[in-house]
Write a protein that binds this ligand. Structure first.
Ligand code: KG4
Ligand code: ZN
Length: 343
């Protein structure tokens, strides 16, 4: 049976809508990034995020139907991000999703944002088969998950403090880069010499799979202060610091990922979430995993960061697994915090 799903993503600072069809693939993908709205505050302002989701989501839904050249009557379900995320922002997509489900007489499926990131590589041609290890690295989360199948997730480890993307963003701020700093820091690092500074590889020499990035950020801050005190924080130093920081994060992520492949005995790993767009991480991970006969899978770069396609796709998997609510269920489900293992 053919299923067509409308996906709504409003968990943070991207308003995103997509339409995914089980037979024809991705039919539409629309996104508005609020970066310009939050940039002057140096971070996401939750209330501004919610208000702008309200402004943008209906036009993006209209644009998605135009792009897909279908009518709402062709839909089988509406999927919306139910959490984790900013509660007010989540409520915009959730109440609209449930409302549309009600008027169109189709189920409204609550989707776990991290499950959607985790399944995003399955949107690509030649997708990974289960089981695999998932390294989820975003602005809000950093975790290694053993994935046996849909909904069969065992969290091997996660960050004890900052998420990898958060560490990128905060370090970028220390280096005077504009928000959102992750991609900016990566660009600056391209011009730097990472070998000039030897930053700690947090938790890499400890057993287990947990991460900690706040000490690394502090190490960079101390260096920045040292150079500032001598009025010597040149562009070259900033680029070298950026590169050394990035190398330390990538070493840690790759090291723990290889350990997760050892522990599970799996040969496949997927890397998803915003930091998965990092070029150095992608190439170093591919090299390390392929060296041992394994394979790395990524979503295309635009589906590493938040998007509607992954929500529509995850919603379809839930519908097919018959773990979606029926059309009469009008419960709006949102959870700011939501453990991936609970779904
Ligand atoms: O998955 P995502 O779009 O949103 C969350 O769910 O958090 O991830 C956003 C995070 C931000 O911290 C951003 O700085 C980081 O991903 N990011 C990057 C790169 N592109 C985005 N970090 C490092 N290198 C990049 N190229
Ligand atoms: Zn995300």
């Amino acid at each position: 049976m053919q299923n067509t799903i409308l996906g709504l993503e409003t968990s943070c600072d991207e308003t995103a809508v997509a339409i995914y069809d089980s037979a024809r693939g991705l039919l539409a993908h629309q996104l508005f990034s609020q970066v310009g709205i939050h940039a002057k505050y140096g971070g996401v302002v939750p209330e501004l995020a919610s208000r702008d989701h309200i402004r943008k989501i209906l036009p993006l839904i209209d644009a998605s139907f135009d792009e897909a050249r279908i009518e709402p009557s062709a839909l089988s379900a509406v999927a919306y991000t139910a959490g984790p995320g900013l509660i007010g922002a989540l409520l915009v997509g959730a109440t609209l999703g449930v409302g549309l489900g009600m008027v169109w007489g189709i189920p409204a499926i609550p989707v776990h944002h991290m499950e959607a990131h985790l399944l995003a590589p399955l949107l690509e041609d030649d997708p990974p088969e289960f089981p695999f290890v998932a390294l989820l690295v975003s602005g809000g989360h950093t975790m290694l998950v053993a994935v046996r199948g849909l909904g069969q997730y065992r969290i091997l480890g996660q960050t004890l403090d900052d998420a990898a993307g958060e560490a990128f963003d905060k370090t970028a701020k220390l280096l005077g880069l504009p928000y959102p700093g992750g991609p900016e820091l990566a660009t600056l690092a391209d011009q730097g010499d990472g070998a000039r500074f030897d930053f700690p590889r947090p938790m890499l020499n400890r057993p287990g799979f947990d991460f900690s990035f706040s000490g690394l950020k502090t190490a960079v801050m101390l260096k920045v202060r040292e150079f500032e005190a001598e009025d010597a924080l040149t562009d070259t130093v900033r680029a070298d610091l950026a590169s050394a920081f990035q190398t330390a994060v990538v070493d840690t992520l790759v090291g723990k990922s290889l350990r997760a492949l050892d522990e599970t005995g799996y040969g496949r790993i997927i890397v998803a979430g915003g930091v998965g767009a990092n070029r150095v991480l992608r190439s170093r991970m591919a090299e390390a995993v392929e060296d041992r006969g394994g394979r790395v899978y990524y979503p295309r770069t635009e589906f590493c960061t938040d998007n509607g396609a992954m929500i529509a796709f995850a919603g379809l998997q839930r519908l097919l697994a018959r773990s979606a609510p029926d059309a009469a269920d009008l419960t709006v489900q949102v959870r700011a915090r939501w453990d991936l293992q609970e779904i």
